[in-house]
Design a binder for this molecule. Structure first.
Ligand SMILES: NC(=O)C1=CN([C@@H]2O[C@H](COP(=O)(O)OP(=O)(O)OC[C@H]3O[C@@H](n4cnc5c(N)ncnc54)[C@H](OP(=O)(O)O)[C@@H]3O)[C@@H](O)[C@H]2O)C=CC1
Ligand SMILES: CC(C)(CO)C(=O)C(=O)O
Length: 318
C-alpha cells in the first residue's frame, strides 16, 4: 500500500537517502510534510516505483515521497536533513550549497563531533545545526528501510530549531532542543570509540565482544583517553557517560557496530571521525591517546586489506 500524504506543512529535503535520512524523512512524510529524498540511483529508482518501505518496530508500510539523485533538489526546502556519512560531508554540502534557500536550516544528523563545523565551512552563509541521533536503522535493500529501535533527536538551537523539533515530535520522533548538543555528541563519540573499532576488527556483536579477554580493559583505556581529550577541549560531558558505555552490551547484545557493517560491505568507514578524531585532537592538545591510535590504525589497515582484495571496479573510495 502507498500512503497518501495530507497537505504539506514544511518543505523538507533529505541529503543522503540512507538509513538515517530515510527514517527521519519517512516519518515526516507520513505526518504530511512535503519530503524530497536525495540519494543514489538504486534507492531512488526503487522508491519512485514502490514508495519507501518503512519496516519499523511500530508499522510496516510504503510511504510515497519525492526522490531525486540531484543535490539541486534541496531548492525551496525550509529544512534539509543532512544524513551522509562523515567522509562525504564536504562534498555533499558543496553540491547542495548553490541551490539552498537563503533562510533554510541544515540539520546535521550524523555521528562524530565536527560534521556541523565542517559543513559550515562549505556553507558559510547558511544556518547549520548539529543533532545527536539515537536510532538503530539500516537499508535492508533498495528503497527498504529496516528500523531496529529508538529514533529520538537532540538538536542545537537555531532560528528554526523549535519549529522543526515540534514537527518531528508530532511525526513520532521525540526531539528536544538542547544547549549542550556538543556534550551529547562527545558522549556518543566516546561510545563509538569504545565499541565500533573492536566490533569491526573482531567481527563480533557487542554481547559476545565484551566476554572476550582484555576487551573491557581496552575499552576502559579508550574511554579514559576520550574523556581526557574532551576535558582539554572544554566539553561538558553528561554525568552518566560511563554507565551509558557499560549498558551497550545489555541493550544491544546482537548489534554489530556501523564500522563493522561498513567493513563487511567493503565501504570506507567513519573511523577518521571517531578514534581518529580523538587521536588528532589529543595530539593538538597534548593529551596522549595510545589506545585510540592503535584502534584507528588497525581499522585503516583493515579498510585497505578489504579494498585490495576486491577487483578494481569494485574498490571503495578512500
Ligand atoms: N544507521 C544508524 O542507525 C545510525 C547512523 N548514524 C549516523 O548517521 C549518518 C548517516 O548514516 P547512515 O544513514 O547509516 O548512512 P548510509 O550510508 O545508510 O546513508 C547515507 C547515504 O547517502 C548517500 N550519499 C552520500 N553522498 C551523497 C550525495 N552527494 N548525493 C546523494 N547521496 C549521497 C550514500 O551513498 P553511498 O553509500 O553510495 O556513498 C548513502 O546511500 C552517519 O554519520 C552515521 O554514523 C547515527 C546514528 C545511528
Ligand atoms: C551506538 C552504536 C555503537 C550502535 O551500534 C553506533 O552508533 C554505531 O554502531 O555506530
Amino acid at each position: 500500500m502507498v500512503t497518501t500524504s495530507s497537505p504539506p506543512r514544511l518543505a523538507i529535503a533529505v541529503m543522503g537517502a540512507g538509513a538515517v535520512g530515510c527514517f527521519h524523512g519517512g516519518m515526516l512524510a507520513r505526518a504530511g510534510h512535503s519530503v524530497t529524498l536525495i540519494g543514489r540511483p538504486t534507492h531512488v529508482d526503487a522508491i519512485r516505483t514502490h514508495g519507501l518501505r518503512m519496516q519499523t518496530q511500530w508499522f510496516d508500510e510504503a510511504v510515497a515521497l519525492r526522490v531525486s539523485t540531484d543535490a539541486s533538489a534541496v531548492a525551496g526546502a525550509d529544512v534539509v536533513l543532512f544524513a551522509v556519512k562523515s567522509p562525504d560531508t564536504e562534498s555533499a554540502g558543496a553540491a547542495m550549497g548553490p541551490h539552498l534557500a537563503p533562510d533554510a536550516l541544515v540539520l546535521c544528523l550524523q555521528n562524530g563531533v565536527d560534521n556541523a563545523e565542517r559543513l559550515r565551512s562549505v556553507l558559510p552563509d547558511h544556518a547549520v545545526a548539529a543533532a545527536v541521533v539515537y536510532v538503530a536503522t539500516e537499508m535492508a535493500g533498495p528503497g527498504h528501510l529496516r528500523h531496529h529501535g529508538r529514533g529520538e533527536l537532540l538538536i542545537e538551537p537555531s532560528p528554526h530549531s523549535t519549529q522543526i523539533a515540534q514537527a518531528l515530535a508530532e511525526a513520532g520522533v521525540p526531539t528536544e532542543v538542547s544547549g549542550n548538543v556538543r556534550g551529547a555528541l562527545w558522549a556518543k563519540l566516546i561510545l563509538n570509540c569504545a565499541y565500533n573499532a573492536l566490533s569491526a576488527l573482531a567481527r563480533l556483536p557487542y554481547g559476545e565482544l565484551v566476554q572476550r579477554p582484555g576487551v573491557v580493559d581496552v575499552m576502559r583505556d579508550v574511554v579514559a583517553e576520550c574523556k581526557a581529550v574532551a576535558q582539554a577541549e572544554g566539553v561538558t560531558l553528561p554525568p552518566d557517560v560511563d554507565a551509558t558505555v557499560r549498558r551497550i552490551p545489555e541493550t544491544m547484545p546482537t548489534q554489530f557496530s556501523s564500522t563493522a557493517q561498513d567493513l563487511m560491505r567493503g565501504k570506507p568507514t567513519e573511523i577518521d571521525h571517531l578514534n581518529g578524531h580523538v587521536m588528532q585532537r589529543g595530539e593538538a592538545l597534548g593529551v596522549p591517546t595510545p589506545a585510540n591510535r592503535v584502534l584507528w590504525t588497525m581499522v585503516k589497515l583493515a579498510e585497505h586489506a578489504f579494498a585490495d582484495s576486491r577487483p578494481a571496479e569494485q574498490q571503495p573510495r578512500r
